[in-house]
Design a protein around this ligand. Structure first.
Ligand code: HEM
Length: 374
């Protein structure tokens, strides 16, 4: 999943054609994973916290090598984009599948010409510029990196090193989070076959037995799949804790406590999401928790997989879109099975929430999407 999410980022956010990539997404994803292991070790082994002692260990040398792998990919991607720009090539060079170049799909559910719906969390009540019916066709797409390179040409002060840092941030934040989210989602589908059957039923209503690629309009119809995704992010938030340094003292609403200015506070998203008063039977996987009527009166901060406020996740709409496309494609082609029950998951919270034993799911090819009972 990590490899897939890196490749998707390179094509969609960096606008690089798969053909132009000379280092696989797999190497990048593995390097990030190993680097996170070292960071995790430094969180838990007191003696490794000191830079001086850490610098003397093999971990430090390994870390250098891994950072080299990570940075070499970003440097190559930027170099390639700059060369394209100098040759006058503007915009994304990632290929659009032939089937998506013509807009002739009949939607089985509705034949709306204007999409009325929401790209991220219908229940969250958000609507923005993604909510338009122009997701297919041959218009020139400008990826995030294209825009930055163009801005640097137009005299906006951003140099190559700064562009590289932005690319590193998006590549890092954008791949491991969605890889964890999608892997937990597949684990849930494997364990809750009745829920998987309902998702497949919904996909059948959207796609019939066709194997055409999913469009943006289709993702707006994936309402039940979205609820399953939100419920997965509730139980297994890929970023399980966030931290903030207080600029001023804060009086807690819950009692006579005052947190001093300058303190670092840690917000346990994982714990917030499993609060019994907010989510009755809070450890149970129940996609109906995100039915509009159930979430309508819930506090805004009761569901914070993407954090909240001014430093919340900039990629959340992109993430939901990417997850819907990726997961619907998998479920249209494979039945997911899993045997390890949730109570036996060995959760590991380094930077990203993972299952220490790996995501043990197996896939069985589906011959047809025609729904079968679970
Ligand atoms: C399921 C997927 C994702 C989850 C759960 C997630 C979660 C988060 C969270 C919790 C934060 C805030 C951390 C904090 O408050 O300290 C954050 C920040 C951020 N995320 Fe995501 N993220 C996801 C996907 C993505 C994607 C796909 C991208 C980019 C394409 C992205 C880019 C970022 C960036 C750049 C920030 C930093 C924002 C800032 O500091 O102003 N994220 N993410």
């Amino acid at each position: 999943m990590s490899e897939a999410t890196v490749e998707i980022l390179l094509e969609t956010a960096m606008g690089v054609s798969k053909k132009t990539q000379d280092q696989s997404g797999y190497d990048y994803a593995m390097a990030v994973m190993k680097l996170c292991d070292i960071l995790h070790l430094r969180h838990t082994k007191v003696w490794l916290m000191s830079d001086l002692i850490f610098g003397l260990t093999n971990y430090a040398r390994n870390q250098e090598k891994l950072i080299g792998v990570i940075h070499s990919l970003t440097r190559k991607v930027i170099k390639r984009k700059r060369e394209d720009f100098e040759k006058g090539i503007r915009g994304s060079t990632a290929e659009v599948p032939e089937e998506l170049k013509t807009k002739t799909y009949e939607n089985k559910v509705s034949s709306k010409t204007v999409v009325e719906g929401l790209s991220y969390g219908q229940s969250a009540g958000l609507k923005d510029d993604l909510d338009v019916d122009d997701d297919v066709g041959e218009k020139k797409r400008m990826a995030f990196l294209d825009l930055m390179i163009e801005a640097s040409q137009n005299g906006v002060v951003i140099n190559d090193e700064e562009i590289k840092e932005q690319v590193d941030t998006i590549m890092f934040e954008g791949h491991d989070t969605t890889a964890a989210g999608s892997s937990f989602f597949l684990s849930m589908m494997g364990l809750h076959q009745d829920v998987q059957a309902k998702v497949v039923q919904e996909l059948y209503e959207i796609f019939g037995d066709s194997d055409r690629p999913a469009t943006f309009a289709d993702t707006l119809e994936m309402k039940y799949l979205e609820r399953c995704l939100m419920e997965t992010l509730r139980l297994y938030p890929p970023v399980p804790v966030i931290a903030r340094k207080l600029n001023q003292e804060v009086k807690l609403a819950s009692g006579d406590y005052i947190l001093p200015a300058g303190a670092t506070i840690v917000i346990g998203t994982f714990k917030v999401h499993r609060t019994e008063e907010i989510y009755p039977n809070c450890d149970k996987f129940d996609p109906d928790n995100f039915l509009p009527e159930r979430s309508a009166n819930r506090h805004y901060y009761a569901f914070i997989p993407f954090s909240a406020g001014p430093r919340s996740c900039v990629g959340r709409k992109y993430a939901m879109l990417k997850l819907k496309i990726l997961l619907s494609t998998i479920l249209r082609n494979y039945k997911v099975n899993a045997t390890i029950p949730e109570k036996d998951f060995q959760l590991q919270a380094d930077i990203i929430l993972k299952r220490a034993e790996g995501f043990k799911v197996s896939l069985e090819p589906r011959k047809t999407l025609v729904p079968t009972t679970a």
